[in-house]
Ligand binder design. Structure first.
Ligand code: PMP
Length: 450
């Protein structure tokens, strides 16, 4: 492709193969090469490619109505999807605000939090606190809430400034504590930030239950979100769970917040919601927020043209039904254990694997230059990219992450295959990953850099 293409993305010079078709956990390019899709693209394809039931549901919907605007009509698929989500979500999150992707879901939540406090007669509350090492989307509001220095860098002057809260990054604990004996100082850091700015200005705190794109499946301390909920309640701060990556079964429960029994005020989903069949996102909203928008004068002032799109919602319904019928959330939990077991078995002694972590079929591997000191590779070496490229050549797709340890360094890959993956396929996945890591090391060695 390269310069002959009229498509413009982040890297216009990359030589991407042309995809021809998908088959279960595999993608096939136009030259016939098969790739194991071990990260569902970007943690999207949760049920695998070309599932007949979902394709049929989309065709059926197209035969009846392709589009009707939400300001004029509701439609059956969005009503059905909202009902299903209310059943699956933690208690009280009974309403869905449908949009077209993760960033839109987060933007909607940020604005809804602000609108809620205006409704409540507290218009001075507007600021959203986020964490370091987090990602909530690339639109300006979502980018401002996130803490990924690499993604923010050139847009910094356009982003509202906000206090930063420590991540739960146990392998590199910002408080130098051992997770087995810590006092969850990273949760208390939220209280510090709220008091620093003044609780009267803070509308919400946003966090990914298990951090994805920025740090490779960081699982929090078991007591973390309970403490966060208490702090939010103490200072009238809404809690937004960004489950764009972790939602819809990815971590072995329908929603990751269910691991700790904590109910947020809003919960953002996207990726797995229609599993890549059609773009969709949603902000699930607690009754007590919706209840403040009670008449025509105080509508939630926001919206996008394609919200509640019948085709997207029809895909969402079909995906949820497929997951239920095939017990795929349980499979995600069980196969996730198998994936972590195999990763430990193969890579625990590898000199350049520092940490292996995750929950359900959502795993991260962090690479280091030196295991003893946990010193990361220099970013110029592009280690994660070398691993990603070697894996791709071997027919394995994983998701390399941008360095964010000190705003510059850090190499992680995410592994998040479709929930239909088998034990044997997990074995193959880990073998190929191991090979790819060794090949990346060979490349550095050949260049005299290792
Ligand atoms: N939140 C999280 C946690 C994400 O991982 C992502 C995407 N990687 C987003 C928001 C943004 O979603 P989208 O790319 O669909 O806008």
């Amino acid at each position: 492709m390269g310069e002959e293409t009229n498509v413009f993305y982040r890297n216009p010079f990359a030589d991407y193969p042309m995809v021809a078709r998908g088959e279960g956990i595999y993608l096939v390019d136009t030259k016939g090469k098969r790739y194991m899709d071990a990260c569902g693209g970007a943690v999207v394809s949760s049920i695998g490619h070309s599932v007949r039931e979902v394709v049929e549901a989309l065709k059926t919907q197209l035969d009846s109505c392709e589009f009707a605007h939400t300001s004029q009509f509701t439609n059956r698929p969005q009503e059905a999807l909202a009902g299903l989500l209310a059943e699956l979500a933690p208690g009280g999150l009974n309403h869905a605000y449908f949009v077209s992707g993760g960033s839109e879901a987060v933007e909607s939540a940020i604005k809804m939090a602000r609108a809620y406090w205006v409704q409540m007669g507290r218009p001075e509350k507007w600021m959203v606190i986020g964490r370091e090492q987090s990602y909530h989307g690339n639109t300006l509001g979502a980018l401002a809430a996130g803490g990924n220095p690499w993604r923010r860098a050139i847009y910094e002057p356009m982003l509202y400034q906000r206090p930063r809260v420590a991540p739960c990054y146990c392998y590199r604990c910002p408080f130098k504590k051992d997770p087995a004996h810590c006092a969850i100082e990273c949760a208390d850091d939220l209280e510090r930030a709220i008091l620093e700015v003044g609780p009267e200005k803070i509308s919400a705190f946003i966090a990914e239950p298990v951090v994805g794109a920025t740090a490779g499946a960081l699982v929090p301390h078991d007591g973390y979100f309970r403490r966060i909920r208490e702090i939010c309640d103490r200072y009238d701060v809404l809690l937004i769970a960004d489950e764009v990556m972790t939602g819809m079964g990815r971590t072995g429960k329908w929603f990751a917040m269910r691991h700790w029994g904590v109910v947020p005020d809003m919960l953002c989903v996207a990726k797995g919601l229609a599993a890549g069949y059609v773009p969709i996102g949603a902000t699930l909203v607690h009754d007590r927020i919706v209840d403040t928008f009670t008449n025509r004068r105080n509508v939630f002032q926001h919206g996008h043209t394609y919200m509640g799109h019948p085709l997207a919602a029809a895909a969402g319904v079909a995906v949820i039904n497929y997951i239920k019928e095939h017990n795929l959330v349980d499979k995600s939990a069980k196969m996730g254990e198998e994936l972590l077991r195999r990763l430990h078995e193969h890579l625990d002694d590898h000199p350049h694997v520092g940490d292996i972590r995750g929950k359900g079929l959502f795993a991260g591997v962090e690479f280091v230059a030196d295991r003893a000191t946990r010193e990361p590779f220099e970013p110029e070496l592009g280690f994660k990219q070398l691993v990603g490229e070697a894996a791709f050549k071997l027919g394995l797709i994983i998701y390399p992450m941008a360095g964010t340890i000190d705003g510059r360094r850090g190499d992680h890959v995410l592994i998040a295959p479709p929930f239909i993956i088998t034990k044997a396929q997990i074995g193959r996945l880990v073998e190929l990953l191991h090979k790819a890591i060794d090949k990346a090391c060979d490349t550095l060695r050949a260049a005299g850099k290792l």
